[in-house]
Design a protein around this ligand. Structure first.
Ligand SMILES: Cc1ncc(COP(=O)(O)O)c(C=O)c1O
Length: 331
């Protein structure tokens, strides 16, 4: 598959912005019109070298095959900018993360929404038959937000095999699942790109660092069009610190189990979660969500009929949520 051919012609031709420090970052820095005084007076490393070094080691991939961005949301936007001309199309598998549609709207792209099956898996046949000449990217999300379940890998790969465009797998929540990342399969599928983030399992949502990896040509295209200083000095520093420490996944998984068990005693249906949130069904979902909010507990309404999504917080926070919900259901 020729990935180069999939890249928008204007992006293929584009001469990227190259900083004078691109190849040598040490020495007297008189190239970027910075102020010589201050703590954060220097522009950040455009290549996020130290962050990539750690990620490459952790994931057993090459540093040059990684794009580091301002959250994985930036990777979602840049994929569209690299591969889709205005008026072209992406496919999303609903219900899913709503940013794909928003980013598509910003980029003037059409969105074809293909429903997931009843058990929230990919309807491969329907997805493939929805592809048109204008379809450039299919976004899959595993574990999926807001349903919380993993998608079957074989279905994702079926899309890769049968679609001549880009297949993105958003693995924002993969660390919470009992499943290996699709990163290890990117060698087999040149059109596969995997999106990951420090915002969830790593507890780094406040610094806005996400990354993408996959076929070198896709990653090269993202790195070519990203703003040169897209990840701040402070964010890069903190990202290195976070990635060098331990995640709190075990604690969250224990709480996920506990909350899920108690929720099952309160509401008609609790979905199995492979992520750090739980989807559950409840009559009058919107009303319940608003009542909870008035009681000081903010959870998320969803596109799924009578379903709410609650994130797993600290044990005391989860207790407050469960108590508030239980009180509401009694009243
Ligand atoms: C599926 C999914 N992808 C991406 C993101 C955004 O991640 P980031 O914080 O890295 O931009 C989220 C955030 O909630 C998400 O749910």
């Amino acid at each position: 598959m020729n990935i180069q051919k999939l890249i928008r012609p204007n992006i293929r031709k584009l001469a990227p912005y190259i900083c004078a420090r691109h190849n040598r970052a040490t020495g007297i820095k008189l190239d970027a019109n910075e102020n010589p005084y201050g703590n954060v007076n220097r522009y950040p490393d455009p290549n996020a070298t130290e962050v990539k070094k750690i990620l490459a080691k952790m994931l057993d991939i090459k540093a040059e095959d990684i794009f580091v961005g301002n959250g994985s949301d930036e990777a979602i936007d840049l994929l569209m900018r690299a591969f889709c001309d205005p008026g072209e199309e992406i496919i999303v598998l609903d219900p899913t993360y709503r940013m794909y549609k928003v980013a598509a709207g910003i980029n003037d792209l059409k969105v074809k929404s293909v429903p997931l099956t009843k058990d929230f898996q990919i309807n491969v046949e329907k997805t493939l038959s929805s592809i048109s000449k204008k379809t450039k990217i299919i976004f899959t999300c595993s574990p999926n937000n807001p349903t919380g379940n993993l998608l079957k890998k074989k279905d994702i790969f079926e899309l890769c095999k049968n679609f001549k465009g880009i297949v993105a797998v958003d693995e924002a929540y993969i660390e919470f699942a009992n499943e290996k990342s699709c990163i290890s399969n990117s060698g087999q599928y040149p059109n596969l790109v995997v999106l990951r983030t420090l915002s969830k399992a790593w507890g780094g949502a406040g610094i806005r660092v996400g990354y993408a990896t996959g076929s070198p040509e896709i990653i090269k295209a993202l790195n070519k069009i990203k703003p040169p200083y897209n990840v701040s000095v402070l964010d890069q520093k903190e990202a290195v610190k976070i990635l060098s420490s331990k995640t709190k996944i075990k604690k969250i998984l224990r709480e996920r189990n506990r909350v899920s068990k108690i929720l099952k005693t309160l509401v008609p249906k609790v979905y199995k979660s492979d992520a750090n949130f739980i989807l559950f069904e409840i009559p009058n979902a919107k009303h319940i969500q608003e009542k909870l909010q008035s009681a000081g507990v903010i959870i998320r309404n969803t596109q799924i009929k009578n379903c709410l999504r609650v994130s797993i917080g600290k044990s005391g926070e989860n207790d407050k949520f469960l108590r508030a919900l239980s009180n509401l259901l009694k009243s």
